[in-house]
Design a protein around this ligand. Structure first.
Ligand code: PEP
Ligand code: MN
Length: 349
């Protein structure tokens, strides 16, 4: 149920609604849209009947039942698109935002070289894994805090905001001080403690779709973060497990327009993990933008053959540059804008 407040409602009236919700066993969660303010009634699934009396309270325009199990995430709660602001970069607005960088932060040199190429290619956000959720315990596990410090250094040098994956509360508490966006990976999409902690952190969160998650489960995971009061959530489609083994995952591009219809949250696409094959990254990036994605997150490495993780799906600097050149044409063709930073010709690190 959402309570739609009238344009002229006062903060006292909103407070009174919140109090009444608490008496009824719900938590009131404010959703401030461009045109209207609504209060989401968050609580255990229970009889909505008592909530109907809220329609009579001063300042309340109407109450709207939400049929979907995800309440605050749903389009019914907010008609206008959520735009997540990160250091002057708007994700979810008219821009298409490109995040790029290595799968793992491996060394100072590797990261700084990557960051310069990412900047030069005209991408907007630097990615780099510092806590790596690896299938094998014997694989490279990430530089942890040392890697976070390198991300901060690369950000200071290039001006690029940064994103890194957090895998538990310890890494989250460390990462909040170093990076601009927290990534919750496919393997942790249903780590509900972590989702709650990310919700309490108030940092922008990129929530990847679990490798075997339905769209509804993915949106319910996002609901955990919003229900803790953090609306700065960006969804990321990164491919799902199917019977097909020719690609690492099956990139579900239909999820992009579907989720944008079901939810007001921005949706971006990760064609690197979505395919596992660097030759498929560029075509699927272009297709993702054409399908309405609000951006992309791309793995690149100065020397993919030497990467400590995911080299096979990492673009080299020239390939990233070529992709950006093509995006420059595709993005306006589908009615979006590419924020121009330094989109130039062939980049030199
Ligand atoms: C990653 O971004 O490097 C990663 C591990 O992604 P995912 O959670 O989508 O597998
Ligand atoms: Mn990776």
């Amino acid at each position: 149920m959402v309570i739609v407040m009238s344009i002229s409602s006062t903060s006292e009236q909103m407070e009174a609604v919140n109090q009444r919700l608490a008496e009824l066993g719900f938590k009131g969660q404010l959703i401030r849209g461009v045109k209207r303010i609504v209060i989401g009634a968050v609580g255990e699934r229970r009889e909505d009947e008592p909530l109907k009396s809220l329609a009579l309270m001063p300042g309340v325009e109407k109450i709207v039942p939400i049929m979907k199990p995800y309440k605050m995430v749903s389009r019914e709660a907010r008609v206008t698109d959520t735009v997540v602001q990160i250091k002057g970069i708007a994700i979810g607005g008219e821009n298409a935002v490109i995040m790029a960088g290595p799968c793992s932060v491996e060394s100072r040199e590797q990261l700084l070289i990557s960051a310069r190429w990412v900047k030069k290619a005209g991408a907007h956000v630097l990615r780099g894994g510092t806590f790596k959720p690896r299938t094998s315990p014997y694989s490279f596990q990430g530089l942890e805090e040392k890697g976070l410090k390198l991300l901060r250094e690369a950000s200071l040098e290039t001006g690029l905001p940064t994103i890194t994956e957090v895998i538990d509360e310890r890494s989250l508490n460390l990462a909040v001080d170093y990076v601009d966006i927290l990534q919750i990976g496919a393997r942790n999409m249903q780590n509900f403690q972590l989702l709650r902690a990310a919700g309490q952190s108030r940092k922008p969160v990129l929530l990847k779709r679990g490798m075997a998650a339905t769209v509804e489960e993915w949106l319910m995971a996002a609901e955990y973060i919003l229900s803790e009061g953090n609306e700065k959530v960006i969804l990321c489609e990164r491919g799902i497990r199917t019977f097909e083994t020719a690609t690492r995952n099956t990139l579900d591009l239909s999820a992009v327009p579907l989720v944008k219809r079901l939810s007001h949250l921005p949706v971006i696409v990760d064609p690197s993990h979505g395919t596992g094959d660097r030759l498929l990254v560029r075509p699927m990036s272009l297709a993702a933008i054409a399908a309405g994605a609000d951006g992309l997150i791309i793995e690149m490495h100065p020397e993919p053959s030497k990467a400590l993780s995911d080299g096979a799906q990492s673009l080299n600097p020239e390939e990233l540059n070529f992709l950006m050149q093509q995006l420059k044409r595709i993005i306006p063709a589908v009615g979006r804008k590419l924020l121009l930073s330094e989109l130039g010709g062939v980049a030199h690190a």
